[in-house]
Design a protein around this ligand. Structure first.
Ligand SMILES: Cc1cc2nc3c(=O)[nH]c(=O)nc-3n(C[C@H](O)[C@H](O)[C@H](O)COP(=O)(O)O)c2cc1C
Length: 447
Protein backbone atom coordinates (compact mmCIF):
# COMPACT_ATOMS: atom_id res chain seq x y z
CA UNK A 1 0.00 0.00 0.00
CA UNK A 2 1.28 3.47 -0.80
CA UNK A 3 1.97 5.26 2.46
CA UNK A 4 -0.02 8.45 2.74
CA UNK A 5 -1.72 10.66 5.25
CA UNK A 6 -4.59 11.20 2.78
CA UNK A 7 -8.32 11.52 3.24
CA UNK A 8 -8.79 7.73 3.37
CA UNK A 9 -5.94 6.92 5.73
CA UNK A 10 -6.29 3.33 7.01
CA UNK A 11 -9.84 3.03 5.62
CA UNK A 12 -10.70 -0.42 4.23
CA UNK A 13 -12.40 -0.28 0.86
CA UNK A 14 -13.71 -3.01 -1.44
CA UNK A 15 -13.44 -2.05 -5.10
CA UNK A 16 -16.01 -3.93 -7.20
CA UNK A 17 -15.12 -4.13 -10.89
CA UNK A 18 -17.66 -5.29 -13.49
CA UNK A 19 -17.41 -6.17 -17.17
CA UNK A 20 -17.24 -2.76 -18.81
CA UNK A 21 -14.63 -1.62 -21.29
CA UNK A 22 -13.79 0.99 -18.64
CA UNK A 23 -12.57 -1.80 -16.32
CA UNK A 24 -8.98 -0.93 -17.25
CA UNK A 25 -9.42 2.37 -15.39
CA UNK A 26 -10.07 0.48 -12.15
CA UNK A 27 -6.34 -0.15 -11.68
CA UNK A 28 -5.69 3.59 -11.70
CA UNK A 29 -8.69 4.12 -9.41
CA UNK A 30 -7.25 1.63 -6.94
CA UNK A 31 -3.95 3.55 -6.98
CA UNK A 32 -5.78 6.80 -6.27
CA UNK A 33 -7.51 5.18 -3.29
CA UNK A 34 -4.16 3.89 -2.08
CA UNK A 35 -2.58 7.32 -2.53
CA UNK A 36 -5.29 8.61 -0.21
CA UNK A 37 -4.17 6.03 2.36
CA UNK A 38 -6.82 3.33 1.81
CA UNK A 39 -6.34 -0.41 2.00
CA UNK A 40 -8.14 -1.76 -1.08
CA UNK A 41 -9.32 -5.29 -1.76
CA UNK A 42 -10.83 -6.14 -5.11
CA UNK A 43 -14.05 -7.97 -6.01
CA UNK A 44 -14.71 -8.74 -9.68
CA UNK A 45 -17.43 -10.23 -11.81
CA UNK A 46 -16.36 -13.04 -14.12
CA UNK A 47 -16.89 -10.69 -17.09
CA UNK A 48 -14.52 -8.13 -15.54
CA UNK A 49 -11.86 -10.84 -15.24
CA UNK A 50 -12.23 -11.40 -18.99
CA UNK A 51 -11.51 -7.72 -19.56
CA UNK A 52 -8.48 -7.14 -17.32
CA UNK A 53 -7.51 -10.31 -15.42
CA UNK A 54 -6.63 -10.47 -11.74
CA UNK A 55 -2.83 -10.54 -11.60
CA UNK A 56 -2.18 -6.79 -11.66
CA UNK A 57 -4.88 -6.12 -9.08
CA UNK A 58 -3.70 -8.87 -6.74
CA UNK A 59 -0.12 -7.65 -7.02
CA UNK A 60 -0.91 -3.99 -6.41
CA UNK A 61 -3.60 -4.51 -3.75
CA UNK A 62 -1.60 -7.15 -1.82
CA UNK A 63 -4.84 -9.11 -1.42
CA UNK A 64 -6.30 -12.01 -3.35
CA UNK A 65 -9.02 -10.91 -5.78
CA UNK A 66 -12.43 -12.46 -5.15
CA UNK A 67 -14.16 -13.12 -8.47
CA UNK A 68 -16.04 -16.31 -7.66
CA UNK A 69 -19.20 -16.07 -5.59
CA UNK A 70 -18.92 -19.79 -4.79
CA UNK A 71 -15.36 -19.62 -3.45
CA UNK A 72 -14.03 -19.84 0.10
CA UNK A 73 -11.05 -17.91 1.40
CA UNK A 74 -7.90 -19.67 2.62
CA UNK A 75 -9.17 -19.33 6.21
CA UNK A 76 -12.45 -21.03 5.27
CA UNK A 77 -14.60 -17.88 5.34
CA UNK A 78 -16.99 -17.18 2.47
CA UNK A 79 -15.25 -14.54 0.33
CA UNK A 80 -18.09 -12.10 -0.29
CA UNK A 81 -19.38 -12.33 3.31
CA UNK A 82 -15.90 -11.68 4.64
CA UNK A 83 -15.57 -8.67 2.34
CA UNK A 84 -18.98 -7.39 3.42
CA UNK A 85 -17.94 -7.47 7.08
CA UNK A 86 -14.29 -6.42 6.79
CA UNK A 87 -14.57 -3.22 4.72
CA UNK A 88 -15.88 0.24 5.53
CA UNK A 89 -17.17 1.07 2.03
CA UNK A 90 -17.83 -0.71 -1.24
CA UNK A 91 -17.15 1.16 -4.48
CA UNK A 92 -18.46 -0.37 -7.71
CA UNK A 93 -16.59 1.19 -10.62
CA UNK A 94 -17.22 0.70 -13.42
CA UNK A 95 -20.76 -0.63 -12.93
CA UNK A 96 -22.30 -2.26 -16.01
CA UNK A 97 -25.94 -2.05 -17.05
CA UNK A 98 -26.17 -5.74 -16.23
CA UNK A 99 -24.76 -5.30 -12.75
CA UNK A 100 -27.10 -2.36 -12.00
CA UNK A 101 -30.02 -4.61 -12.96
CA UNK A 102 -28.79 -7.47 -10.81
CA UNK A 103 -28.20 -5.20 -7.82
CA UNK A 104 -31.53 -3.38 -8.18
CA UNK A 105 -33.22 -6.77 -7.96
CA UNK A 106 -31.05 -8.31 -5.27
CA UNK A 107 -29.72 -11.07 -7.53
CA UNK A 108 -26.58 -12.31 -5.81
CA UNK A 109 -25.08 -14.11 -8.80
CA UNK A 110 -21.69 -12.44 -8.49
CA UNK A 111 -19.40 -11.61 -5.62
CA UNK A 112 -20.07 -7.82 -5.73
CA UNK A 113 -23.87 -7.99 -5.51
CA UNK A 114 -23.54 -10.67 -2.84
CA UNK A 115 -21.20 -8.46 -0.78
CA UNK A 116 -23.46 -5.42 -1.21
CA UNK A 117 -26.47 -7.43 -0.03
CA UNK A 118 -24.58 -8.70 2.98
CA UNK A 119 -23.18 -5.37 4.12
CA UNK A 120 -24.46 -2.25 5.85
CA UNK A 121 -21.52 -0.02 4.86
CA UNK A 122 -21.92 2.83 2.33
CA UNK A 123 -21.96 1.81 -1.33
CA UNK A 124 -20.74 4.09 -4.12
CA UNK A 125 -21.66 3.18 -7.70
CA UNK A 126 -20.14 4.66 -10.87
CA UNK A 127 -21.98 3.39 -13.97
CA UNK A 128 -20.24 3.20 -17.36
CA UNK A 129 -21.78 2.12 -20.61
CA UNK A 130 -22.96 3.15 -24.07
CA UNK A 131 -25.12 6.30 -24.07
CA UNK A 132 -28.20 4.48 -25.36
CA UNK A 133 -27.85 1.79 -22.69
CA UNK A 134 -27.60 4.40 -19.95
CA UNK A 135 -30.55 6.39 -21.26
CA UNK A 136 -32.79 3.29 -21.46
CA UNK A 137 -35.71 3.36 -19.06
CA UNK A 138 -34.69 -0.01 -17.60
CA UNK A 139 -31.22 1.25 -16.67
CA UNK A 140 -32.60 4.50 -15.31
CA UNK A 141 -35.14 2.62 -13.20
CA UNK A 142 -32.33 0.43 -11.82
CA UNK A 143 -30.23 3.51 -10.96
CA UNK A 144 -33.25 5.04 -9.23
CA UNK A 145 -33.73 1.84 -7.22
CA UNK A 146 -30.10 1.91 -6.10
CA UNK A 147 -30.59 5.50 -4.98
CA UNK A 148 -33.53 4.31 -2.91
CA UNK A 149 -31.15 1.86 -1.19
CA UNK A 150 -29.10 4.94 -0.19
CA UNK A 151 -26.33 4.13 -2.66
CA UNK A 152 -24.33 7.09 -3.85
CA UNK A 153 -24.41 7.26 -7.66
CA UNK A 154 -21.50 8.99 -9.38
CA UNK A 155 -23.16 10.00 -12.64
CA UNK A 156 -21.29 9.14 -15.83
CA UNK A 157 -20.00 11.89 -18.06
CA UNK A 158 -20.53 12.65 -21.71
CA UNK A 159 -17.77 12.16 -24.21
CA UNK A 160 -16.40 9.70 -26.71
CA UNK A 161 -17.47 6.14 -25.80
CA UNK A 162 -15.94 2.76 -26.64
CA UNK A 163 -18.12 2.59 -29.77
CA UNK A 164 -16.49 5.79 -31.03
CA UNK A 165 -19.81 7.57 -30.63
CA UNK A 166 -20.25 10.56 -28.35
CA UNK A 167 -22.77 10.06 -25.58
CA UNK A 168 -23.53 10.22 -21.89
CA UNK A 169 -22.16 7.05 -20.34
CA UNK A 170 -18.43 7.44 -19.91
CA UNK A 171 -17.16 6.47 -16.47
CA UNK A 172 -17.01 9.55 -14.22
CA UNK A 173 -13.61 11.15 -13.71
CA UNK A 174 -11.70 9.00 -11.20
CA UNK A 175 -11.22 11.92 -8.81
CA UNK A 176 -15.01 12.33 -8.66
CA UNK A 177 -15.31 8.70 -7.60
CA UNK A 178 -12.64 9.15 -4.93
CA UNK A 179 -14.36 12.34 -3.70
CA UNK A 180 -17.72 10.53 -3.51
CA UNK A 181 -16.09 7.76 -1.48
CA UNK A 182 -14.52 10.26 0.90
CA UNK A 183 -17.95 11.91 1.29
CA UNK A 184 -19.62 8.52 1.86
CA UNK A 185 -17.15 7.62 4.59
CA UNK A 186 -17.48 10.99 6.26
CA UNK A 187 -21.24 10.51 6.49
CA UNK A 188 -22.02 13.46 4.21
CA UNK A 189 -25.58 13.26 2.91
CA UNK A 190 -26.00 11.35 -0.35
CA UNK A 191 -25.89 13.73 -3.28
CA UNK A 192 -23.35 16.07 -1.69
CA UNK A 193 -24.78 19.15 -0.02
CA UNK A 194 -28.29 18.79 1.37
CA UNK A 195 -30.96 20.04 -0.99
CA UNK A 196 -32.42 23.22 0.45
CA UNK A 197 -36.18 23.64 0.61
CA UNK A 198 -37.47 25.87 -2.18
CA UNK A 199 -38.63 29.26 -0.95
CA UNK A 200 -41.43 29.45 -3.54
CA UNK A 201 -43.40 27.05 -5.69
CA UNK A 202 -44.24 28.91 -8.90
CA UNK A 203 -41.99 26.55 -10.90
CA UNK A 204 -42.83 23.46 -8.86
CA UNK A 205 -44.00 21.26 -11.73
CA UNK A 206 -41.25 22.19 -14.13
CA UNK A 207 -37.99 20.63 -15.25
CA UNK A 208 -35.56 23.41 -16.12
CA UNK A 209 -32.33 22.64 -17.97
CA UNK A 210 -29.56 25.22 -17.78
CA UNK A 211 -26.22 25.23 -19.56
CA UNK A 212 -23.52 27.24 -17.82
CA UNK A 213 -19.82 28.04 -17.97
CA UNK A 214 -17.28 28.07 -20.75
CA UNK A 215 -16.08 25.16 -22.84
CA UNK A 216 -12.43 24.11 -23.10
CA UNK A 217 -11.36 22.76 -26.49
CA UNK A 218 -8.15 20.73 -26.25
CA UNK A 219 -4.98 21.66 -28.14
CA UNK A 220 -3.04 18.85 -26.46
CA UNK A 221 -3.47 17.00 -23.14
CA UNK A 222 -2.29 20.11 -21.26
CA UNK A 223 -3.60 23.17 -23.11
CA UNK A 224 -6.97 24.21 -24.38
CA UNK A 225 -8.76 27.04 -26.16
CA UNK A 226 -11.20 28.55 -23.70
CA UNK A 227 -13.05 31.77 -22.96
CA UNK A 228 -13.62 34.16 -20.08
CA UNK A 229 -16.96 32.74 -18.93
CA UNK A 230 -17.18 31.95 -15.22
CA UNK A 231 -20.67 30.44 -15.35
CA UNK A 232 -22.07 32.93 -12.82
CA UNK A 233 -25.10 33.87 -14.93
CA UNK A 234 -26.09 30.27 -15.70
CA UNK A 235 -25.63 29.23 -12.08
CA UNK A 236 -27.79 32.18 -10.97
CA UNK A 237 -30.55 30.97 -13.30
CA UNK A 238 -30.21 27.43 -11.92
CA UNK A 239 -30.34 28.73 -8.34
CA UNK A 240 -33.37 30.92 -9.03
CA UNK A 241 -35.22 27.99 -10.65
CA UNK A 242 -34.38 25.75 -7.65
CA UNK A 243 -35.57 28.43 -5.23
CA UNK A 244 -38.88 28.44 -7.12
CA UNK A 245 -39.31 24.69 -6.76
CA UNK A 246 -38.19 23.52 -10.21
CA UNK A 247 -36.21 20.34 -10.81
CA UNK A 248 -32.99 21.59 -12.37
CA UNK A 249 -30.48 19.84 -14.59
CA UNK A 250 -27.30 21.85 -14.93
CA UNK A 251 -25.08 21.05 -17.92
CA UNK A 252 -21.88 22.61 -16.71
CA UNK A 253 -18.62 23.47 -18.43
CA UNK A 254 -15.74 25.35 -16.76
CA UNK A 255 -17.08 27.48 -13.89
CA UNK A 256 -15.39 29.46 -11.16
CA UNK A 257 -18.12 29.12 -8.53
CA UNK A 258 -19.81 26.13 -6.88
CA UNK A 259 -23.03 24.90 -8.50
CA UNK A 260 -26.13 25.38 -6.33
CA UNK A 261 -27.09 22.49 -4.04
CA UNK A 262 -29.99 20.48 -5.37
CA UNK A 263 -29.14 20.77 -9.07
CA UNK A 264 -28.45 17.60 -10.97
CA UNK A 265 -25.06 18.43 -12.46
CA UNK A 266 -23.91 16.95 -15.76
CA UNK A 267 -20.30 17.87 -16.53
CA UNK A 268 -19.57 18.79 -20.15
CA UNK A 269 -16.16 20.26 -20.81
CA UNK A 270 -16.13 20.63 -24.58
CA UNK A 271 -18.70 21.76 -27.15
CA UNK A 272 -19.00 18.11 -28.24
CA UNK A 273 -19.75 16.99 -24.67
CA UNK A 274 -22.32 19.74 -24.28
CA UNK A 275 -23.89 18.69 -27.57
CA UNK A 276 -24.08 15.08 -26.36
CA UNK A 277 -25.70 16.11 -23.07
CA UNK A 278 -28.27 18.26 -24.90
CA UNK A 279 -28.99 15.51 -27.42
CA UNK A 280 -29.61 13.06 -24.58
CA UNK A 281 -32.28 15.46 -23.31
CA UNK A 282 -33.93 15.80 -26.73
CA UNK A 283 -34.30 12.18 -27.87
CA UNK A 284 -36.57 11.25 -30.81
CA UNK A 285 -39.39 10.61 -28.31
CA UNK A 286 -39.50 14.33 -27.45
CA UNK A 287 -37.76 16.86 -25.23
CA UNK A 288 -37.37 15.95 -21.58
CA UNK A 289 -37.71 19.44 -20.14
CA UNK A 290 -40.13 22.36 -19.93
CA UNK A 291 -37.59 25.16 -20.04
CA UNK A 292 -34.11 25.31 -21.53
CA UNK A 293 -31.83 28.24 -20.72
CA UNK A 294 -28.57 28.11 -22.67
CA UNK A 295 -26.27 30.46 -20.79
CA UNK A 296 -23.02 28.56 -21.47
CA UNK A 297 -20.31 30.25 -23.52
CA UNK A 298 -19.72 27.46 -26.02
CA UNK A 299 -16.58 27.78 -28.12
CA UNK A 300 -17.26 28.78 -31.72
CA UNK A 301 -14.04 27.16 -32.90
CA UNK A 302 -12.01 24.15 -31.82
CA UNK A 303 -8.55 22.88 -32.83
CA UNK A 304 -8.92 20.61 -35.86
CA UNK A 305 -6.44 17.94 -34.70
CA UNK A 306 -5.70 18.03 -30.98
CA UNK A 307 -2.35 16.40 -30.23
CA UNK A 308 -2.38 13.22 -28.13
CA UNK A 309 0.93 14.25 -26.54
CA UNK A 310 2.14 17.55 -25.09
CA UNK A 311 3.47 19.86 -27.81
CA UNK A 312 6.98 21.23 -27.39
CA UNK A 313 7.63 24.93 -27.83
CA UNK A 314 10.61 24.69 -30.19
CA UNK A 315 8.61 24.12 -33.39
CA UNK A 316 6.24 27.05 -32.72
CA UNK A 317 2.51 26.47 -33.14
CA UNK A 318 0.00 27.22 -35.86
CA UNK A 319 -3.50 26.09 -34.92
CA UNK A 320 -6.02 25.09 -37.54
CA UNK A 321 -9.52 25.54 -36.14
CA UNK A 322 -12.93 24.20 -37.16
CA UNK A 323 -16.26 25.81 -36.35
CA UNK A 324 -18.18 23.98 -33.61
CA UNK A 325 -21.88 23.08 -34.06
CA UNK A 326 -24.38 25.83 -33.25
CA UNK A 327 -25.89 24.15 -30.17
CA UNK A 328 -28.66 26.68 -29.70
CA UNK A 329 -29.96 26.35 -33.27
CA UNK A 330 -29.45 22.58 -33.30
CA UNK A 331 -31.27 22.04 -30.01
CA UNK A 332 -34.23 24.21 -30.96
CA UNK A 333 -34.49 22.27 -34.23
CA UNK A 334 -34.35 18.93 -32.39
CA UNK A 335 -37.01 20.12 -29.93
CA UNK A 336 -39.36 21.06 -32.76
CA UNK A 337 -38.67 17.90 -34.76
CA UNK A 338 -39.16 15.55 -31.82
CA UNK A 339 -42.17 17.21 -30.21
CA UNK A 340 -45.02 14.70 -29.87
CA UNK A 341 -48.19 15.84 -31.66
CA UNK A 342 -50.40 17.95 -29.42
CA UNK A 343 -47.82 18.54 -26.68
CA UNK A 344 -46.67 21.95 -25.54
CA UNK A 345 -43.29 23.08 -26.77
CA UNK A 346 -40.74 23.91 -24.06
CA UNK A 347 -39.68 27.54 -23.71
CA UNK A 348 -36.20 28.09 -25.14
CA UNK A 349 -33.90 30.88 -23.97
CA UNK A 350 -30.53 31.81 -25.44
CA UNK A 351 -27.83 34.23 -24.38
CA UNK A 352 -25.84 36.45 -26.75
CA UNK A 353 -22.57 37.98 -25.57
CA UNK A 354 -22.06 40.98 -27.84
CA UNK A 355 -19.37 43.65 -28.01
CA UNK A 356 -20.48 47.26 -28.46
CA UNK A 357 -23.64 46.77 -30.52
CA UNK A 358 -26.71 44.55 -30.54
CA UNK A 359 -27.20 44.85 -34.32
CA UNK A 360 -27.01 41.08 -34.87
CA UNK A 361 -29.37 40.07 -32.06
CA UNK A 362 -32.72 40.27 -33.86
CA UNK A 363 -31.42 38.14 -36.71
CA UNK A 364 -30.02 35.69 -34.14
CA UNK A 365 -33.40 35.44 -32.37
CA UNK A 366 -34.88 34.18 -35.61
CA UNK A 367 -32.03 31.99 -36.80
CA UNK A 368 -31.65 30.25 -33.43
CA UNK A 369 -35.38 29.53 -33.10
CA UNK A 370 -35.60 30.60 -29.45
CA UNK A 371 -38.40 32.39 -27.57
CA UNK A 372 -36.16 34.76 -25.65
CA UNK A 373 -32.66 35.96 -26.37
CA UNK A 374 -30.78 37.75 -23.60
CA UNK A 375 -28.13 40.08 -24.96
CA UNK A 376 -25.42 41.76 -22.97
CA UNK A 377 -22.45 43.91 -23.89
CA UNK A 378 -19.47 42.11 -22.39
CA UNK A 379 -17.23 45.16 -22.89
CA UNK A 380 -19.35 47.24 -20.50
CA UNK A 381 -17.90 47.60 -17.02
CA UNK A 382 -19.86 45.64 -14.38
CA UNK A 383 -21.53 43.51 -17.04
CA UNK A 384 -20.63 40.23 -18.71
CA UNK A 385 -17.92 37.72 -17.81
CA UNK A 386 -16.88 37.25 -14.20
CA UNK A 387 -18.95 40.06 -12.74
CA UNK A 388 -21.70 39.62 -10.15
CA UNK A 389 -23.93 42.07 -12.01
CA UNK A 390 -25.21 42.30 -15.55
CA UNK A 391 -27.04 44.80 -17.76
CA UNK A 392 -29.10 42.81 -20.25
CA UNK A 393 -31.61 43.46 -22.99
CA UNK A 394 -34.26 40.78 -23.47
CA UNK A 395 -35.39 40.19 -27.04
CA UNK A 396 -38.45 38.05 -27.64
CA UNK A 397 -40.51 36.75 -30.51
CA UNK A 398 -43.78 38.28 -29.27
CA UNK A 399 -42.96 41.37 -27.16
CA UNK A 400 -41.01 44.60 -27.59
CA UNK A 401 -37.44 44.41 -26.36
CA UNK A 402 -36.84 45.16 -22.69
CA UNK A 403 -33.73 46.94 -21.49
CA UNK A 404 -33.08 46.01 -17.86
CA UNK A 405 -30.86 48.15 -15.64
CA UNK A 406 -27.55 46.94 -14.18
CA UNK A 407 -28.66 44.26 -11.67
CA UNK A 408 -27.19 41.43 -9.62
CA UNK A 409 -27.17 38.29 -11.78
CA UNK A 410 -29.61 36.52 -9.45
CA UNK A 411 -32.12 39.33 -10.05
CA UNK A 412 -31.59 39.13 -13.81
CA UNK A 413 -32.32 35.39 -13.47
CA UNK A 414 -35.49 36.13 -11.47
CA UNK A 415 -36.82 38.58 -14.09
CA UNK A 416 -35.90 36.25 -16.91
CA UNK A 417 -37.70 33.26 -15.39
CA UNK A 418 -40.72 35.52 -14.68
CA UNK A 419 -40.90 36.08 -18.43
CA UNK A 420 -40.50 32.37 -19.11
CA UNK A 421 -43.41 31.63 -16.76
CA UNK A 422 -45.62 34.17 -18.56
CA UNK A 423 -44.93 32.38 -21.84
CA UNK A 424 -45.67 28.98 -20.31
CA UNK A 425 -48.93 30.30 -18.86
CA UNK A 426 -49.90 31.88 -22.20
CA UNK A 427 -49.18 28.61 -23.98
CA UNK A 428 -51.24 26.68 -21.42
CA UNK A 429 -54.14 29.14 -21.77
CA UNK A 430 -54.16 28.64 -25.54
CA UNK A 431 -54.44 24.87 -25.28
CA UNK A 432 -55.25 22.18 -22.77
CA UNK A 433 -52.33 20.05 -23.80
CA UNK A 434 -50.08 18.79 -21.04
CA UNK A 435 -46.55 20.01 -20.55
CA UNK A 436 -43.90 18.07 -22.40
CA UNK A 437 -41.80 16.98 -19.51
CA UNK A 438 -43.18 17.76 -16.08
CA UNK A 439 -40.93 17.22 -13.11
CA UNK A 440 -38.59 14.36 -13.92
CA UNK A 441 -38.41 11.36 -11.64
CA UNK A 442 -34.95 10.92 -10.16
CA UNK A 443 -34.35 8.26 -12.79
CA UNK A 444 -34.96 10.73 -15.58
CA UNK A 445 -32.58 13.42 -14.49
CA UNK A 446 -29.14 13.76 -15.90
CA UNK A 447 -29.22 11.90 -19.16
C1 LIG B 1 -15.96 -4.92 -25.68
C2 LIG B 1 -17.13 -4.85 -24.75
C3 LIG B 1 -17.31 -3.74 -23.98
C4 LIG B 1 -18.40 -3.65 -23.10
N1 LIG B 1 -18.54 -2.54 -22.35
C5 LIG B 1 -19.61 -2.43 -21.54
C6 LIG B 1 -19.79 -1.26 -20.78
O1 LIG B 1 -18.99 -0.32 -20.81
N2 LIG B 1 -20.87 -1.18 -19.97
C7 LIG B 1 -21.79 -2.19 -19.90
O2 LIG B 1 -22.78 -2.04 -19.18
N3 LIG B 1 -21.63 -3.33 -20.60
C8 LIG B 1 -20.56 -3.48 -21.42
N4 LIG B 1 -20.40 -4.62 -22.14
C9 LIG B 1 -21.35 -5.72 -21.95
C10 LIG B 1 -21.03 -6.48 -20.64
O3 LIG B 1 -19.69 -6.96 -20.66
C11 LIG B 1 -22.00 -7.63 -20.45
O4 LIG B 1 -23.31 -7.12 -20.27
C12 LIG B 1 -21.64 -8.51 -19.30
O5 LIG B 1 -22.62 -9.54 -19.16
C13 LIG B 1 -21.57 -7.73 -17.99
O6 LIG B 1 -21.34 -8.63 -16.91
P1 LIG B 1 -21.19 -8.16 -15.41
O7 LIG B 1 -22.19 -7.10 -15.17
O8 LIG B 1 -21.46 -9.38 -14.60
O9 LIG B 1 -19.78 -7.70 -15.23
C14 LIG B 1 -19.32 -4.74 -23.01
C15 LIG B 1 -19.12 -5.88 -23.80
C16 LIG B 1 -18.05 -5.93 -24.66
C17 LIG B 1 -17.87 -7.16 -25.51
Amino acid sequence: MTESAGRLKDRRIALGITGSIAAYKAVELMRLFQNEGADVRVLMTTAAVEFIGTLTLETLSHHPVDSDVLSLQGDGRIGHIAAAHDVEAIVVAPATAHWLGAMANGLAGDTITAACLATSVPVVVAPAMDGGMYAHAATQANVARLREFGYRIVEPESGVLASGMVGLGRLAGLHRIVDATVAALSGAPVGGQPTPMPTRTDMADLHVVVTAGGTAEPIDPVRFVGNRSTGKMGLAVAKNALDRGAAVTLIMGNVSVEPPAGANVVRAETAAEMQAALRALTPPAGPRFDVLVMAAAVADFRPRSPSATKLGRSAGLTLEMDATPDLLAETSERVRASLPAGSRRPILVGFAAETGTFERVVAKLESKGVDLLVANDVTESGSGFGTDTDRVTIYSTDMPLEELPLLPKYEVAELLLDRVLIRLENAAAKSDVPAVAGVPQPAEIGR
